[in-house]
Design a protein around this ligand. Sequence first.
Ligand code: SF4
Ligand SMILES: [Zn+2]
Ligand SMILES: [Zn+2]
Length: 384
Amino acid sequence: MIVRTRNPEATHHLDGPLTVAEVLARLDVPEHTALVIHDGQLVTADHELPDDAEVEVRPVISGGAASGCLVCRKPPVIEEPRHRAAWCAEHFVDHVQNQIRKAIDHGHGLAHGERMFRYRDRLLVAVSGGKDSLALWDALLEMGYDVDGLYVGLGIGGYSSRSQQVCEIFAQQRGAHLHVVDLAETYGYTTPSGASAAGRSTCGVCGLSKRYVFNRVAVEHGYDVLLTGHNLDDEAATLLGNLLRWHDDFLARQGPVLSGEPGMQARKCKPVYRLSEREMAAYCVVRGIDYVVEECPLVAGNSGHELKAALDLIEAGSPGVKAQLLFGFLDRQARIAPAEQDDDVEVVACRDCGMPTVTEVCAFCRQRERILQVLPLLGDRTAV
Ligand code: SF4
Ligand SMILES: [Zn+2]
Ligand SMILES: [Zn+2]
């Protein structure tokens, strides 16, 4: 069906039939902020719209945003042009947790009746000390989930020590359990020294190391699901990068849910993919969460930043366009980037570490071996 939203103007193509409530939920439009018009008639939330329907969603709040909190009309602390709404502190916390709830229960890529995870599951959230992962941990604890944290010490000077301290204090204040894995202590290199030794970009070495440690801790400690704090801006930027370069295999795999392999590969989910950077930062401020505001000093090597800046530029003129890009892609993913059947690729245990790989020795162990061979030759030059 074709759904036209007004102010900002946009056209959405959704597969029907869907109820009006389902359409509004897909578009992130709160029911009481809009009128829905089908065939010239106003229709209510439970009205079913056929696949060939043409529908208009017309906002009823003028000026682009409410003058008071969307829920209680008190003075708002934040307004969000994408939702054409504003909230007081209390209801903003509800809004963020509702978006997380929506991702857990009805996120893109979930089969009918499937959830990202359930209350009985043991969850592990990878925390960096930044806003997204700590906000996620806080929200899930508040919502009553059984969730521990994992911090990986990357050895990036004062930035890493401050990040670790912030995570430890967060866990201590809430009586939550935090695993800490220090790359240097456990694997013999830091991110900067490893990058020099391997002759790779810092973010490349860092990313592979983090993904490996996350999975290893999740599998070895028997967690059901590994969670990361990738937000809407992260995911939209990744999508744009994959589209610009037509990385078909990444496009097929991108999504908020990645299934796992028991005992080998943890199931991975991104429960804050519906929330923007700004919403995550505001949640931390409202909830009094102390997070590391400074960026990783090595972030210059991360191409995601330019893509985010480009999307921000477009979003400023067309609020909601980032969400439309990401959610629109995820709605159509099966059609436009179907997953390859990789039945003939056998996943085996790495000869050196036992973790899953499709080659004899996993990419992490190969990288580590290269680093440890070269590191002694570099001596103190790589110390951080
Ligand atoms: S910016 Fe790069 S080096 Fe820094 S934490 Fe992120 S991936 Fe690692
Ligand atoms: Zn309110
Ligand atoms: Zn290995």
